[in-house]
Design a protein around this ligand. Structure first.
Ligand code: B1M
Length: 210
């Protein structure tokens, strides 16, 4: 079995220590961090996601897989981040109110940091006003909202409305993403940008800042 398959298997089993060992070995073997992420960690998480959908695994299994995923991505972080990149601007990122999913958000954060953006992470279950307050305090140019639930994605509209009602209107771009979010949804709530994955989100953020 290849090391990337092993990583995927260990993610599915929620074996954080083994994930860390294999990710370290894969890096030592010279496998690019991006490949370890997509073909190892995310591959395992996708399998767990399908099983969760089909009621073959339940919340505890998903949680331990998520914990293993976070351990693996933490090891990749310095490799994904380009060294010595000059800070391009400031973004505030969080998962919207009512939503506790943070793996995708963390990936977006990591990719943006890798492109030289200072990212202030306000965590999960974040009310609209908190995004505004932190953006104002830090002179951020971008607010990034992640949502994984169809029941919480509408909270993104509250963030857009709160920006428009604040002094940030016209100064801050609102970027949205997450599995249930689409371009059509982003347009309908007046968000400035939708991207389907973390790398494209970082790319879009860089073009806003340039
Ligand atoms: Co939850 N969950 N979950 N879950 N969970 C989903 C999302 C679900 C699709 C599973 C399913 O039924 N198939 C489903 C949502 C259904 C729906 O809304 N239509 C669901 C549900 C129902 C729930 C609960 C309600 C379950 C329950 O309690 N009965 C509950 C809700 C809790 C809450 O939030 N209030 C719940 C809980 C959990 C756990 C806590 C167990 C755990 C989260 C752990 C954590 O995040 N720390 C969890 C997980 C892990 C999942 C799945 C399995 C995986 C999500 C994930 O991390 N994917 C998920 C099923 C699935 O997606 N297949 C599921 C990997 C991650 C990298 O992808 O976050 O999509 P994602 O990020 C992508 C892109 O979307 C994009 O970039 C990333 C890729 O590069 N992206 C952005 C994300 N944010 C972006 C922002 C951007 C741009 C791009 O710009 C700002």
């Amino acid at each position: 079995m290849s090391i990337l398959n092993e990583i995927s298997e260990y993610i599915q089993k929620g074996r954080a220590v083994e994930v860390e060992t294999c990710v370290t070995k894969a890096l030592e073997d010279g496998i690019p961090a991006q490949q370890i992420l997509s073909e190892g960690l995310l591959d395992g998480m996708n399998v767990i996601g399908e099983k969760f959908k089909n009621n073959e695994v339940f919340v505890p299994e998903v949680l331990i897989a998520a914990r293993a995923m976070n351990k693996g991505t933490a090891l990749l972080k310095p490799y994904l981040a380009a060294e010595g990149v000059k800070e391009k601007g400031v973004a505030v990122i969080g998962t919207v109110k009512g939503d506790l999913h943070d793996i995708g958000k963390n990936l977006v954060k990591m990719m943006m940091e890798g492109r030289g953006i200072k990212v202030i992470d306000v965590g999960v279950d974040v009310p609209a006003q908190k995004f505004i307050d932190v953006a104002e305090e830090n002179d951020a140019q971008i607010i990034c909202c992640s949502a994984l639930l169809t029941t919480t994605m509408n909270e993104m509209k509250n963030v857009v409305d709160a920006v428009n009602a604040s002094g940030l209107k016209g100064k801050v771009k609102v970027m949205v993403g997450g599995a249930p979010v689409s371009q059509a949804f982003a347009d309908s709530i007046g968000a400035d940008c939708y991207t389907s994955d973390a790398a494209s989100a970082a790319e879009a953020a860089v073009s806003f800042l340039e």
